[in-house]
Design a protein around this ligand. Structure first.
Ligand SMILES: Cc1cc2nc3c(=O)[nH]c(=O)nc-3n(C[C@H](O)[C@H](O)[C@H](O)COP(=O)(O)OP(=O)(O)OC[C@H]3O[C@@H](n4cnc5c(N)ncnc54)[C@H](O)[C@@H]3O)c2cc1C
Length: 242
């Protein structure tokens, strides 16, 4: 795939749009991920290079006229070789890709039940793809969808403008950002996603919950749903980044 465009979504997250070099459709189901293969300097012999593989959720839904495009969002990880390389990758560069892969998709839910998307950091990207696809297919008539998104500060609110606009335009969708390091002036929710999930679910009844991010959060949310809230495991869908 070739890097077509890129922009900063936050101080530590780069959004990158690739296109398949041969023009073939990516063919993703919203929520799936791809592997990228990049060459980085070998740790013990920096003059030579090794190929590393890392997975990235697809942030974009398949769109007519853009079937060969795919958007991802990469967090710059301290000391992480692949995220560092992707953050400085020049436009026009090519990297290897395989996929799309994964079963973290809307099909796992129930089209008649509310959906609660829980994400932290770039864990929001597959949820964004699912949300956009679902609202494009059923903008007004369908069960409620809530996105509970956790990050540290307002600068880390990935896709904030887009999510606020979707919430204004779709009566189905509610956007609930929560900040763990909010200034006094922040008018919204504070703390971690785990604190707000029970209240959201209490207002929705039977729902499917899709959770994506780092393992600790995903495990905490799964435990909360199963042990404290008595959720059936078939209504819990998770994707872990580490
Ligand atoms: C299915 C799947 C989907 C993924 N999708 C994304 C994605 O959409 N965006 C993305 O940025 N990463 C995503 N990741 C993580 C990604 O594959 C890499 O692990 C990440 O880019 C770090 O690679 P690295 O070589 O820079 O650092 P490494 O040396 O490989 O990683 C160092 C450590 O960084 C931590 N880490 C990994 N990912 C993140 C993250 N996103 N935020 C904070 N800390 C992290 C982990 O604890 C990891 O052990 C995904 C992983 C999986 C398994």
């Amino acid at each position: 795939v070739r890097l077509l465009s890129a922009e900063s979504l936050s101080p530590s997250v780069r959004s990158m749009t690739f296109e398949t070099v041969d023009g073939r459709p990516v063919g993703q189901q919203p929520g799936q991920w791809v592997n990228l293969f990049v060459d980085v300097p070998a740790p013990e012999a920096p003059a030579s290079r090794v190929e590393l593989r890392r997975s990235y959720s697809i942030a974009s839904e398949p769109e007519p006229g853009r079937a060969s495009h795919l958007e991802i969002a990469v967090t710059l990880v301290d000391g992480g070789p692949v995220s560092a390389l992707l953050h400085s990758l020049p436009l026009g560069s090519t990297v290897g890709m395989d996929g799309p892969w994964g079963v973290f998709t809307l099909e796992r839910g129930d089209a008649a039940m509310p959906m609660v998307f829980v994400g932290t950091g770039t864990g929001v990207t597959p949820l964004r793809a699912m949300l956009r696809a679902e609202l494009a297919a059923r903008p007004t008539n369908g069960p409620p969808i809530v996105l509970l998104f956790g990050c540290r500060t307002p600068e880390d609110l990935l896709y904030r403008g887009e999510m606020e606009a979707l919430a204004r335009s779709s009566p189905r969708f509610t956007y609930v950002p929560t900040l763990s390091r909010a200034a006094d002036s922040w008018p919204g929710k504070r703390g971690h996603v785990q604190q707000h999930l029970p209240g959201i679910l209490a207002g929705l009844g039977q729902s499917h919950v899709f959770v994506c991010g780092l393992s600790k959060m995903v495990q905490d949310v799964r435990r909360l749903l199963k042990e404290d809230l008595g959720f059936d495991r078939k209504q819990i869908h998770t994707e872990r980044y580490d």
